[in-house]
Design a protein around this ligand. Structure first.
Ligand SMILES: [Zn+2]
Length: 609
């Protein structure tokens, strides 16, 4: 017996699940889902059969009304969760009934006051990296792919979306819920409705996704609708921000080949959503902070779109090869941005990434393993080592290959790579073998082992050379001598230029300069959270107490980890007073964060306090 993934109990000797048919009853007052799942296995199996679970209560395991013995392990692994073992006797299918817990790590249940409209409750998922197991028992590893269908029973004033095809919305029927009969649910009550979905393409479980709330939508393209809370201002501004989506899909197709998922819809979530975006197939999830009014939010959409090929079609086998998802996607994102918004925007994007990569290498200086593209995550929680390394070092590696072989040869290679491995989960060695086979001699031109297994940043990585980038970086460096940019120099700056400037300010900058910069350019009040947070992070490091009110407001307004991480980290690295402040704000804001974000903040605290 051998586990296929350090983050899962899945055994290589046991058959894969090919299909799961889910029936889900949403009980908002108790923040619980009562559910059943019909599993279909690839081959019949006898003996122990392992599934991943976390904080689930298992009520029964059945095959044609006959009970199947099962047990949950008495101790839980802090990372993998609780092992569910079924004892099968030549079974190729079975039905489990179970309930989630209010503390399910994938789910955030929002009370009406925590939503934009403040009138209806809301629940949404975030399953990456290893949280699908807190919604349903599964082989929760990207090494295994499943098809699924789902029947969602929800309050009739709400609607549901999924990263799947919508089949119908209809009144509930008794026969929907035969497998849930023992739970005595109000399945067919007047105030309930059923929404049905089906996902016909096999996907890794981390791409399982739904949201239930008072949702509305706007059509923005032939295969794209934008969803957000009905009647909220977000819906209109999102429709405007993302009106260029179809053009990006066509660019993606030029680069990678046909778009295989039919729909590319976008769901803008409440501000507590922990990521910038999540590439859930057919229905990308987005934070409202990407709506900036200047079209730059489209870059996050370009990233999630690129995942339709790299990540969703070709998937990393385990999180130890996460760069195969994120490095390729970051590379593709920048190619799409370059085609749609021009070289300048793409270069600024590379420059911000370059700075971010250097900071991450610094962050991991005592744990260099996580500066490697291919790394060892035995006993490691993937959420704890989430960083820009797989994104930016992965991008650098692929861009290094592009520079070596030329763009058209690399484009041809990319198309071949997608066609060869689509709907498969692969590891770094599989990619390298394919690379060497298709670009003979590449290993003599680029040190592939150093790039994939070495720590830090190889010396043949690329810092942008474009003049727009260099001008901003040298302006930032001049702050060491006290010089601040003049009005004329920043007149046409957008968020990215400011972000790049702030990220490159020297560490030695003084509090008085920070204050002067803000009184001239109002960065602490920027509506662009990238700029605002980058500024506030600097303000905290310089001990500018006058901005702590704004820091608190920000930490309470959004739950995106990209902002929580730097702000809380800057605070806990500061004075005793800063630490007390951080703890108080977290205790007051905590409920507004998704469980994944909550545990990331807890882990920042435990590392530094
Ligand atoms: Zn990504």
């Amino acid at each position: 017996m051998a586990p296929v993934d350090p983050h899962s109990f899945t055994e290589s000797t046991q058959p894969a699940t090919t299909d799961i048919a889910l029936t889900l009853y949403f009980d908002f007052p108790s923040s619980t889902i009562h559910a059943s799942a019909l599993f279909t296995l690839q081959t019949p199996h006898s003996g122990p059969f392992f599934l991943d679970t976390r904080s689930l209560t298992i009520h029964s395991a059945l095959h044609a009304d006959e009970a199947i013995p099962f047990s949950l392990s008495t101790t839980s692994d802090p990372i993998k969760g609780t092992l569910l073992t079924l004892t099968l006797s030549n079974h190729s299918s079975f039905i489990l009934t179970f309930s989630t817990s209010p503390s399910s790590s994938a789910l955030q249940w929002l009370l009406p006051p925590q939503t934009c409209n403040k009138t209806h409750p809301y629940v949404y998922t975030q399953c990456q990296a290893i949280h699908a197991r807190s919604i349903f028992p599964s082989h929760d590893t990207p090494a295994r792919r499943i098809r699924y269908s789902a029947i969602l029973n929800i309050p009739s004033e709400l609607s549901a979306v999924m990263a799947a095809n919508h089949v119908t919305r209809r009144p509930p029927r008794d026969d929907d819920a035969a497998s849930l009969a023992s739970l005595n649910l109000n399945w067919c009550s007047q105030d309930r409705v059923v929404e049905e979905f089906v996902m016909e393409q096999p996907v890794p479980p981390y791409l399982f996704a739904f949201a239930v709330g008072q949702l509305g939508n706007r059509e923005v393209g032939p295969r794209t609708r934008v969803y957000a809370e009905e009647g909220s201002a977000v819906l209109d501004s999102a429709a405007k921000e993302f009106e260029g989506t179809e053009e990006m899909i066509r660019e993606g197709e030029k680069l990678f080949g046909e778009y295989d998922w039919e729909r590319f819809d976008l769901l803008v979530l409440p501000p507590s959503f922990p990521y910038g975006g999540m590439e859930n197939p057919k229905m990308v999830f987005l934070t409202p902070t990407v709506i900036k009014g200047d079209g730059s939010g489209a870059q996050v959409v370009a990233h999630e779109l690129a995942h339709s090929w790299t990540g969703n079609l070709i998937t990393n086998k385990t999180n130890e090869h996460f760069w195969l998802n994120e490095g390729f996607t970051t590379y593709a994102e920048r190619r799409i941005v370059e085609a749609v918004q021009g070289e300048k925007r793409a270069t600024l994007n590379v420059g911000i990434g370059w700075r971010g990569l250097n900071e991450e290498i610094e962050r991991f200086k005592d744990n260099l393993e996580f500066t490697k593209l291919k790394n060892n995550q035995q006993g490691i929680d993937p959420d704890d080592v989430y960083s820009q390394v797989p994104y930016e070092k992965g991008f650098q590696f692929l861009f290094r290959i592009e520079r070596q072989v030329g763009r058209s040869a690399f484009d041809e290679f990319l198309k071949k790579y997608i066609a060869k491995f689509k709907f498969q989960s692969i590891d770094t060695d599989t990619f390298l073998d394919f690379l060497k086979e298709n670009i003979p001699g590449i290993e003599k031109q680029i040190d592939l082992v150093l790039w994939t297994e070495g720590t830090g940043i190889p010396s043949d990585a690329y810092e942008p050379e474009l003049i727009v980038y260099k001008t901003i970086v040298s302006l930032a460096n001049e702050a060491a001598t006290g010089r601040m940019p003049g009005e004329d120099e920043v007149a046409d700056w957008q968020g990215q230029e400011w972000e790049l400037y702030l990220d490159n300010l020297p560490k030695s900058i003084e509090a008085s300069q920070i204050v002067a910069l803000d009184s001239r350019h109002k960065l602490s009040e920027s509506k662009d959270y990238e700029v605002k947070v980058s500024f506030l992070q600097r303000a905290i490091s310089c001990g500018c107490k006058e901005y702590y009110g704004e820091v608190e407001k920000t930490l309470k307004a959004v739950g995106r980890m990209k902002y929580l991480r730097p702000l809380y980290t800057a605070l806990v690295k500061g004075s005793e007073e800063d630490k007390v402040f951080a703890k108080r704000v977290f205790s007051e804001a905590r409920e507004c964060y998704h469980p994944i974000a909550q545990s990331v903040v807890v882990s920042i605290f435990s590392k530094h306090m």
